[in-house]
Design a protein around this ligand. Structure first.
Ligand code: NAD
Ligand code: ZN
Length: 360
């Protein structure tokens, strides 16, 4: 399956299929990535052992010169120190302005390798080869970044890839908990934009959990499509991008309070989406929104309640840092129908506190 993302003047293809790594050289060449300059593949210690050689071999067979850099698996690799190491490997390998940096991995590798591509020699070409389900979200939209000890994703850039090569065969080694967490973002993409995709997710949850190639290809395709549509429309219509934050207001606060690690991002936003659906109920929306949201997340074996030991005050404080309450009111993404949300700019903080308590 192929999808074209259009962002302003630029557009790039997303290829999704089983066994696509083998076609890497051909697809790179079609996008004008030169074989005269060396490529650098950035991967991590969990992904590299499975897929670095197959990808590098496919590229070499097509005439490319390939170097590789492997970072530790995990969020800690989104740092300036790791960026410096990647740049050192790029220099040693002789990467020049016509080179490309290739991210082979999940969102962590995509973000740090993408920022390396955005900044090395003031920007070289970038290719995303996502290996997690969550990365259907992170690989579209062009946001790349590393963390600072004081704040997540605070040092970054917009840098669009030349192409995204999504080989669903790589997902077979993904730990099941990561599979479910990635599916939470897929559910989010349905809930914010596309009622028929929600209905499909409702019927095909088991196939997705079992990593059936056809189901994965369809689900990732539709999820990327929603993300691409929202980010490209946002270039004209300010604010629209905010709808991608469904479930993230509470979700980010839960991640921060639980300490990164106890909850995966997808698990935290699963609980956050239940919170948003409860808020919709309180604001008088169709009760079906809550029923469907909960059923979907349960199909995907995602949490719908938060760990009860988390302190409500701490969660409220974390939200106020994230979203800045004004006079006891906050901005909140609230579902108004299945496949539709609104940006409500005056949700009472007290109401949100009630909901946080209900989520325990
Ligand atoms: P990740 O990259 O850490 O991958 C999750 C875990 O699975 C890691 O341990 C990784 O080593 C392992 N892994 C990845 N692919 C594997 C495979 N095929 N087989 C076996 N193990 C594999 O995390 P993620 O969930 O993909 O992404 C999270 C990151 O993405 C966060 O840093 C987040 O900030 C970022 N993100 C960025 C954007 C964006 O727009 N740029 C959007 C959403 C999230
Ligand atoms: Zn998210």
């Amino acid at each position: 399956k192929q999808l074209t993302v259009e962002l302003g003047e630029r557009s790039y293809p997303i290829y999704i299929g089983d066994g696509l790594l083998a076609q890497a050289a051909e697809l790179f060449a079609q996008r004008g990535i030169s074989a005269k300059s060396p490529l650098l593949i950035v991967t991590d210690t969990a992904v590299g052992p499975h897929y670095l050689e197959p990808l590098a071999a496919a590229l070499r067979a097509g005439g490319y010169t390939v170097a590789a850099h492997t970072v530790e698996s995990g969020e800690k690799s989104k740092s300036l120190a790791v960026l410096q190491d990647i740049v050192a490997t790029a220099l040693e390998a002789g990467l020049d302005r016509k080179s490309a940096i290739v991210a082979l991995g999940g969102g962590v590798v995509g973000d740090v390798a993408g920022f390396a591509a955005a900044s090395y020699m003031r920007g070289v070409k970038f290719v995303q080869v996502p290996t997690t389900i969550l990365a259907h979200d992170s690989a579209v939209g062009g946001k790349v970044a590393v963390n600072h000890p004081l704040a997540k994703n605070i040092i970054g850039a917009f840098h669009q890839p030349e192409l995204v090569l999504y080989d669903t065969a790589t997902l077979r080694t993904l730990p099941p908990r990561e599979v479910r967490a990635g599916l939470a973002e897929m559910v989010k993409h349905g809930l914010i934009w596309d009622a028929s995709f929600v209905a499909w997710l409702d019927e095909n949850a088991q196939r997705l959990l079992a990593l059936e190639p056809e189901a994965l290809q369809y689900g990732l395709f539709e999820g990327c499509k929603v993300k691409a549509h929202v980010v490209s429309a946002d270039e004209r219509e300010d604010d629209l991008r905010a709808i991608l934050n469904l479930g993230h207001t509470i979700g980010h606060a839960l991640e921060a309070v639980a300490g990164y690690g106890e909850l995966l991002h997808g698990e935290a936003i699963s609980i956050g989406m239940i919170g948003a659906a409860k808020l919709a109920l309180r604001l008088g929306c169709d009760p079906e929104i809550y029923t469907v949201t909960k059923r979907l997340l349960q199909h995907f074996e995602l949490p719908t309640r938060m760990p009860p030991h988390l302190d409500t005050d701490a969660i409220m404080t974390a939200m106020s840092h994230d979203k800045k309450f004004k006079e006891g009111r906050m901005v909140y993404i609230v579902p108004t129908a299945i496949g539709r949300v609104e940006i409500n700019k005056s949700v009472q903080a007290e109401l949100v506190r009630d909901i946080v308590n209900e989520l325990k």
